[in-house]
Ligand binder design. Structure first.
Ligand SMILES: Cc1ncc(COP(=O)(O)O)c(C=O)c1O
Length: 449
């Protein structure tokens, strides 16, 4: 038998597995993705520290390398500890398959590199995480992928002007920071569907405990799992979730090509779409991008991620309860000129926040103090419980001054348009007692003149 004949043997296609489908969110966050350890009976899925895998036989090696078996070859492609986290997250988001990677930035890059290549174009909403704007403006640009921004997602003419024949994705976030300006996903999903474009949504700040973008028309979800999903600020990580909903063939017919998903990767092997169906996009992310470029997640961090997710809904409940109380209190303080929390009735996006986010718009928001940058400096230096650091979404409360940090490299007119003013601070409300946090914030405000 020749190598070609061996590779050409007919094997049944592997199906993506999503378990625990009929159970409630709180049950799935504890159990989805777990597997019994057949050797030891360990209850908690262990940390599988092995760079590679043993092949069952010569033919098994052939099948794995031929892409006809979903069993991994090497831990750069996948790992049992990370699989627990991947299946759990896919279940919580309501997607088909997820791929864990080494950071949120790696998730965004891998998600979009699977859709776009040099010469292609992406349209993003303007209010996104500063690091993503830097990624788009520097590395994506160097690789020949251009990103344009839409400032008013309700403006059809703006979308019309931004979307081009070579556009390959629409990108947005559920709850952007620092302004907590929640996104109308259904509105953007309608635009994406009209132009046959996959809608990629960063749900880091929302988390599936608050909003599940697939239920609002998104096709792909990305996460910085560094934040609420892992939850304790101890491990950097990221993930991409395939909603399994995008019609790749219709997009091709409409002139938008996605070769990593719809084209045969080599003679004799079907396309990802032929072989993996509703998990085709995730398979392309894993095999064609993550395996090539190599941003795999350490199984140690994968362990912290699947364990962190076990308590996600409980933590988010506390994060949001405290944020609602703190935002309402801040709004009453004389040293505060504005609070950007869309869960507050005074916010212009309050109705949208109620409709799509049940009024519970996470725990990352902006507060502006009197006195511009001098007021901000005094306020921040007067805090003890809030940590002065970059980062959001862990047990500890954190504060940062966006204009001199996350947004320091942007042109003044961009920051002005984004509302990043000298007196604006970003808060990430943690799990400490809300009373202590308010006492801490009061001590900081006492220093503001
Ligand atoms: C919304 C959002 N997306 C992505 C990232 C990047 O994630 P990471 O720091 O894990 O690379 C961040 C980081 O703050 C973020 O806030």
């Amino acid at each position: 038998m020749s190598v070609e004949q061996l590779i050409a043997r007919d094997l049944s296609p592997a199906e993506p597995i999503v378990d625990w489908l009929d159970f409630d969110f709180d049950t799935r966050q504890v159990h989805a993705g777990e597997y019994p350890d057949l050797n030891t009976g360990l209850r908690v899925p262990p940390i599988a520290l092995s760079a590679g895998y043993v092949f069952d036989s010569f033919d098994d090696q052939v099948d794995r390398f031929a892409g006809r078996s979903i069993d991994p070859i090497y831990s750069r492609q996948g790992n049992p500890t990370n699989s627990v986290a991947e299946e759990r997250l896919a279940s919580l988001e309501g997607g088909t398959v997820s791929v864990a990677v080494s950071s949120g930035q790696a998730a965004i890059s891998s998600a979009l590199f699977t859709l776009a290549q040099g010469g292609d174009h992406i349209v993003s909403t303007a209010s996104i995480y500063g690091g993503t704007r830097i990624l788009f403006g520097r590395s994506f640009k160097r690789f020949g992928i251009e990103v344009d921004y839409v400032w008013d997602a309700d403006d059809d003419a703006e979308w019309e002007r931004a979307i081009r024949p070579n556009t390959k994705a629409i990108y947005t976030e559920t709850i952007p920071n620092p302004r907590n300006d929640v996104t109308d996903l259904r509105r953007i999903a309608a635009v994406a569907a009209k132009y046959h474009l996959p809608l990629v949504v960063d749900n880091t700040v929302g988390t599936p405990a608050i909003i599940r973008p697939f239920e609002h028309g998104a096709n792909i979800v990305v996460h910085s799992t560094t934040k609420f999903l892992t939850g304790h600020g101890a491990a950097v990580g990221g993930a991409i979730v395939d909603g399994g909903t995008f019609d790749w063939e219709a997009a091709e017919r409409a002139g938008r090509s996605f070769p990593l998903i719809t084209a045969a990767p080599r003679p004799g092997l079907g396309s990802m779409l032929d072989r993996f169906g509703t998990g085709a996009y995730a398979r392309a992310v894993r095999e064609a991008v993550v395996n090539d470029i190599g941003p795999s997640l350490s199984p140690f961090n994968g362990f912290l991620l699947h364990q962190g997710m076990e308590t996600l809904s409980l933590r988010m409940e506390r994060h949001v309860d405290s944020s609602l109380a703190i935002a309402a209190w801040l709004e009453e303080q004389p040293e505060v000129t504005s609070v950007d929390y869309t869960g507050l009735p005074s916010n212009p996006l309050y109705d949208l926040a109620q409709r799509d986010y049940a009024g519970r718009t996470g725990s990352v928001f902006g507060v502006t103090v009197r006195g511009g940058i001098d007021g901000a400096r005094e306020f921040v230096n007067g805090l003890r419980v809030f940590s002065r650091m970059t980062g959001i979404g862990d047990t500890r409360s954190m504060i940062i001054h966006p204009l001199s940090s996350t947004h320091a490299t942007f042109a003044p007119e961009i920051n002005e348009r984004l509302g990043i003013t000298p007196g604006l601070l970003r808060l990430s409300v943690g799990l400490e007692s809300a009373r202590d946090l308010i006492t801490d914030l009061r001590a900081g405000l006492d220093r503001v003149r």
